[in-house]
Design a protein around this ligand. Sequence first.
Ligand SMILES: *Cc1c(COP(=O)(O)O)cnc(C)c1O
Length: 369
Amino acid sequence: MKKILVTQTSMPPYEEFCEEIKSMWNTKYITNSGPKHQELEQKICEYLQVENTSLFTNGHLALYTALKILKMKGEVITTPFTFASTINAIVENGLTPVFCDINPHDYTIDSSKIENLITDKTCAILAVHVYGNACDVENIEKIANKYNLKVIYDAAHVFGVKYKNRSICEYGDISMLSFHATKVFNTIEGGALIYKDNKKYSRLKALKNFGIDDDGYIIEESINAKMNEFQASMGLCNLRHFREELSKRERVFNKYKELLKNVNGIKLNELQENVTPNYAYFPILVDKHKYGKTAENLFNILKENNIYSRRYFYPLVSDYEYYNNLGYESSNTPIAKKISENILCLPMYADLDLQDVVNICQIIKNNQS
Ligand SMILES: *Cc1c(COP(=O)(O)O)cnc(C)c1O
């Protein structure tokens, strides 16, 4: 059987990319916020209908910079059910992550449990829109206003997702998008920050360029995280095809849903009310008692058939060995712990053959015991 990976990068037609980068052989302008970079920022603003987009070389450095520009001290309430990047960005900024449990429906932070974790050291909430599911943005906003906290969203999974017909990135002080090759929209590697208040964040441009401002002065020590022109060109091409990308993903999603909806012990990720999805991932929750096997068993069975699913996110960030010294106990977030042990992301990408989906689902059904 042919090898099927959990994801496959969407690429524009080869000729289209060549055409896009051609002008650079005349201009010799290949980085430092050149014309492609500027055009992509503008096109993303138009596509998402947001006011400001600032491009970065990757999502992680964008998130790191979002936390840096807010100049905070103390504790950040966040979720353990995320990728290493979220927590690393907090710790790299000298801040302390405080883990809040998630809700069992959409796997995002359980907003009803946030208030209990607030202390006089709390400065922000960093929530993650997992798998394309929207966090409880309205309640999070209420809590943040009540306690005067900043809200940052790790929106790495939600490019194109809308809540009540507006970009989900409109919520919070700053949202971070990732354009890594494995994400729904890619610029090879890449990322962006989305924010409303342009004045407040005018230092962003300097912060991703060693702290050098438009006049050449160094205003503060900082990193280099500029998106280059080749990345931006890939983004311009992929953005032209993004609607098609979504409709192809929707077909795959619907096929999986049709075939797996009645399998005992397999719970699917439900689409949320008021949310326009982007079909970024296809996570299933394996109930070992009802299905008869664990998520790990199923992962291995699929692997024997040359199908590579992903235990994403397992283990929880709070169980990482290198964070042992911070004294976390994943038993304090029992729902996250349980979801993490039982979750499996099935292969999901625009060009996944529907016949392959049929085969994957057949293996899942045949191995129920
Ligand atoms: C991909 C991802 C990131 C990091 O983005 P990069 O562009 O790979 O640096 C951060 N958070 C989450 C949840 C992600 O999935």
